[in-house]
Structure formats: structure tokens, C-alpha cells
Design a protein around this ligand. Structure first.
Ligand SMILES: *[C@@H]1O[C@H](CO)[C@@H](O)[C@H](O)[C@H]1NC(C)=O
Ligand SMILES: *[C@@H]1O[C@H](CO)[C@@H](O)[C@H](O)[C@H]1NC(C)=O
Length: 455
């Protein structure tokens, strides 16, 4: 008997539970929510108009798509969640088999008219077509947005810079007494969550996302705004490898070129080549940096100072080469002069020899054999010894002539040395002084600018 009653009870409960079938449409019918029911769309969904609609907002950073310094554009990919209440909507989940929320197309209900102040381009990423409606009237809407926003960047410390870009969210027309904005996560939670969901960061490292609330007043009317500040730091490695190091290499090449022995402007050619290479790198820089900037970017100072140093060293090399050339030219002139004199002397000598044959040129009696035309000193010296011993006077005469010639050559050589040496000395002095200046400037400038970059 008890068993039968128990079985009947089971069957009865099963039948009743089977009978209760609910669909989402039942909820919609209960709410009278249809696509052409304008009650839900036209006005702000409050029953008492003095109540403000509170919108809880959350924004997380999904990815940093691009940061363009030249146009001062910051393009993040954001994930935004909005929650607000609709006082016209409520149902009892117990009546609808426990349905506590339904999803409906987003244009069936009134939505807060939030917009991003910094957005400069319309977002063309696909919209999420649905939003959630909960039984207590809370509406949840989620959106992924690619935001092309303008951001005032400070490139003073490029490429070791940290940028802070703001994205301000507010209602387009509703005043503060109609729409209130509340951040549902505080700054640390937003930062934490953004780190968790972050997909790509690229060149930039995400540091922090902070939220502040502010009131924007205009003509005695006030709007509430939420300001999300993204702090990002550039990863400088690429720019260091691409730009800073090559310039340092060229600088050290330029320094090293002081040790090139100068032969007919080789050094000059080398320096000009290095300078040209630097100017190509400067063109790259021009592509990266924006034209407007309050402070001169340190990297520009870095380039200009190094460029100026190299230019100075090029000018100095031109000067030194000029002095050397001048020296060489005067030496050449002297040599030519010397040769001409030599030739005249030879002519005289030849005359003399010819006359000697007639024994009228020289004051003494010469009986030089025609084969006796030795010009080398050593054999002559031997002959001198012999001559002195044997007392032959014509040999002494020969020595005299040789000595005269020697003296002439020596004079010529010394003269050259004296005149040309002045320029060479100048050139060497200028070269040494400039090298000292160069090395000192570089060794002062580089630590200074790297310190400034680091600060
Ligand atoms: C539902 O809305 C329609 C208008 O769209 C209206 O005519 C109708 O009376 C409403 N029904 C109820 C039960 O409120
Ligand atoms: C903005 O105005 C509201 C209402 O007057 C006030 O509660 C809130 O503290 C203000 N916020 C700021 C940041 O001043």
C-alpha cells in the first residue's frame, strides 16, 4: 500500500515537472517586449524622472595595436562592459522555470549614449549583436572596440620613453543628474585584469591602467566622465640596434680615422663617406619623430652633436690636407729650382770640362784623364788618400768639386725642411689639438646624454 502511494507520488511529480516548460519568448511576452514596442526604446527607463541612471563601466586593454608618434595616434583594442538598470523590466524567475536572464538584440532597448572623447575615427569592428537582460532589470552590454584615439605624446626621451594616453568616456548629451558613471573595477583591478587578458603588446610594454572620475562643466551644465589612463613603455631594443648603435659605430670609425696615414686625401674620402652614412640615418629619424614637440628630443640632440663633431673633424682634415699639400707644393717648387740650378751648374761644369781640355778654365794645370768622371764619394776618398800620399793636386780639385756639390744638395734639403716643416708642424699641432678636443667632447657628451635618457 505504502509502496503504491510512493510510486504514485513519483509519477505525479514527474508529470507536473514535465508540464512546466518555459521558453525565453514567455518572458518576452510577459514583459510585452517586442521590436515595435517603443516604450522600451524612447526614453530613459526610469519610473521617476528624478532618478539618475547609474551606468557601471569597465574597460580593459586587450591589445595595443599601434602607437604612431608621427601623427600622435594611440590605437588600443579595448574590451568594455556596461551595466545599467532598466526599471521597466522585472520578472520572477520562479514563474519561468528559473530563467534569470535572457539575451535580446541590442537595439530593442534604450542604451546609454556613451562616447569616447579622444576617438578620431569611427570604429568599424563588428558589433556584438546581443545584450543580457537580467530578471531584476539590470542590462549588461559588452563590446570589443578598436579605438583610434589621439594622444599627446612626449618624445623627449625617445626611444626610452613612457607614454600616458587617456581615453575619456562620457555621455554625449545626458547631464550628471541623468546619467552617472561609475567604474566597477578600481585601477589596480583593471590593471591586473588587463595583464591577464592582454594578447599582444608589440613594441610597447603595458604598465598600468588607472581610472579617475571627473566632472566636465560647460555653460553651467555638468557631465560626468571617466578617464582611463593607459601607461605604456616603449621597448627600446629595436631603436638601439637600428639607430643609436650604428651612429656610435660611425663615431668610433671617425675617431679611428685619425690614425689613417694621410696619402692624397684618402682620409678625407673616408670621413665624407662616414658623414654621408650618418645623414642617411638622420632621414630615418625624420620618419619617426613628430614635427611638433615642446622639448627637443634627446635623440635629435644626440644626432646633431655627433653630426657636428664629424663635420668639424672633416673640416679639420680638409685644413690639414691643405697644409700638407701646400708643404708638398713648396717642396716640389724647391726641388724644381734645385734641379734647374743643378742643370745650370752642369752646363757650367761641362763648359769647364771642355775648357779644361784647353786648359784655360781652371787656374791650375789640369791633366785629367777623360775616364776620370767618378762621382761617388767613397772611391774618391780612397783616391784622395792616394792623391795626398802621391801628392797629386788634380785629385784635391776633384774632392773640392764633390764637396761643393754635397754642400749644395745639403743646403737645398735643409732649406726644404725648414720651409715645409713649418706647415707640417702646424698640421700636426692642429691635428693633435683637435683629436684631444674630439675625444674629450665625446667622452663628456655620451655619458651626459645617456644619464639624461635614463633619468
Ligand atoms: C503590449 O504592447 C502593445 C503595443 O506594442 C499594446 O498595444 C498592448 O496593450 C500591450 N500589452 C500589455 C498587456 O501591456
Ligand atoms: C561630480 O559631481 C557629482 C555630483 O555633483 C559629485 O558627487 C562628484 O563627487 C563630482 N565628482 C568630482 C570628481 O568632482
Amino acid at each position: 500500500m505504502i509502496l503504491v502511494a510512493f510510486l504514485l507520488l513519483i509519477v505525479f511529480t514527474e508529470v507536473t515537472s514535465c508540464k512546466k516548460v518555459c521558453s525565453y519568448q514567455d518572458v518576452l511576452d510577459h514583459l510585452n517586449l517586442t521590436t515595435d514596442n517603443s516604450v522600451f526604446k524612447l526614453t530613459r527607463p526610469i519610473l521617476d524622472y528624478t532618478h539618475p541612471t547609474v551606468v557601471q563601466l569597465d574597460i580593459f586593454l586587450y591589445a595595443i595595436l599601434a602607437v604612431i608618434e608621427k601623427t600622435q595616434t594611440f590605437i588600443p583594442f579595448l574590451w568594455a562592459t556596461m551595466i545599467w538598470s532598466n526599471e521597466r523590466i522585472s520578472w520572477d524567475p520562479a514563474q519561468f522555470c528559473g530563467i534569470s536572464h535572457i539575451s535580446i538584440p541590442r537595439d530593442m532597448l534604450w542604451r546609454p549614449d556613451l562616447f569616447l572623447y579622444e576617438m578620431i575615427e569611427k570604429d568599424d569592428s563588428p558589433l556584438n549583436p546581443y545584450m543580457y537582460v537580467s530578471h531584476d532589470g539590470m542590462i549588461t552590454s559588452e563590446e570589443d572596440m578598436k579605438v583610434v584615439s589621439t594622444c599627446k605624446m612626449d618624445v623627449h626621451k625617445f626611444p626610452f620613453d613612457t607614454q600616458r594616453c587617456n581615453i575619456t568616456i562620457g555621455s554625449a548629451i545626458h547631464y550628471i543628474d541623468e546619467i552617472r558613471l561609475l567604474p566597477s573595477s578600481n585601477s589596480s583591478r583593471a590593471t591586473q585584469f588587463s595583464r591577464e587578458v592582454m594578447k599582444t603588446q608589440g613594441e610597447w610594454e603595458f604598465l598600468q591602467l588607472s581610472v579617475t572620475s571627473s566632472n566636465f562643466t560647460f555653460h553651467n551644465r555638468q557631465w560626468e566622465q571617466l578617464i582611463y589612463t593607459f601607461t605604456i613603455r616603449r621597448r627600446p631594443l629595436l631603436h638601439v640596434i637600428n639607430f643609436l648603435l650604428p651612429i656610435l659605430f660611425f663615431l668610433s670609425l671617425d675617431l679611428a680615422s685619425f690614425f689613417i696615414a694621410d696619402h692624397r686625401g684618402e682620409k678625407l674620402g673616408f670621413k665624407v663617406t662616414v658623414l654621408l652614412a650618418i645623414s642617411v640615418l638622420l632621414l630615418i629619424l625624420n620618419d619617426i619623430l613628430p614635427a611638433m614637440s615642446n622639448k627637443t628630443p634627446l635623440i635629435a640632440t644626440y644626432c646633431i652633436v655627433i653630426f657636428a663633431l664629424m663635420l668639424l673633424s672633416l673640416l679639420e682634415t680638409i685644413l690639414v690636407t691643405y697644409l700638407m699639400e701646400k708643404d708638398a707644393a713648396s717642396q716640389e717648387k724647391l726641388r724644381l729650382k734645385g734641379e734647374r740650378e743643378d742643370k745650370q751648374e752642369k752646363v757650367k761644369m761641362d763648359n769647364c770640362n771642355r775648357e779644361k781640355e784647353r786648359q784655360t778654365c781652371c787656374s791650375c794645370v789640369c791633366k785629367i784623364p777623360d775616364g776620370e768622371k767618378q762621382h761617388e764619394l767613397l772611391p774618391v776618398a780612397e783616391e784622395v788618400n792616394d792623391g795626398i800620399q802621391s801628392g797629386e793636386p788634380h785629385l784635391l780639385l776633384l774632392i773640392l768639386e764633390q764637396l761643393k756639390e754635397l754642400q749644395k744638395t745639403l743646403n737645398l734639403y735643409l732649406g726644404c725642411r725648414e720651409e715645409g716643416g713649418k706647415f707640417v708642424q702646424w698640421a700636426t699641432r692642429i691635428n693633435n689639438t683637435f683629436f684631444m678636443f674630439y675625444v674629450t667632447t665625446v667622452s663628456l657628451f655620451l655619458p651626459l646624454i645617456f644619464m639624461e635618457w635614463n633619468s
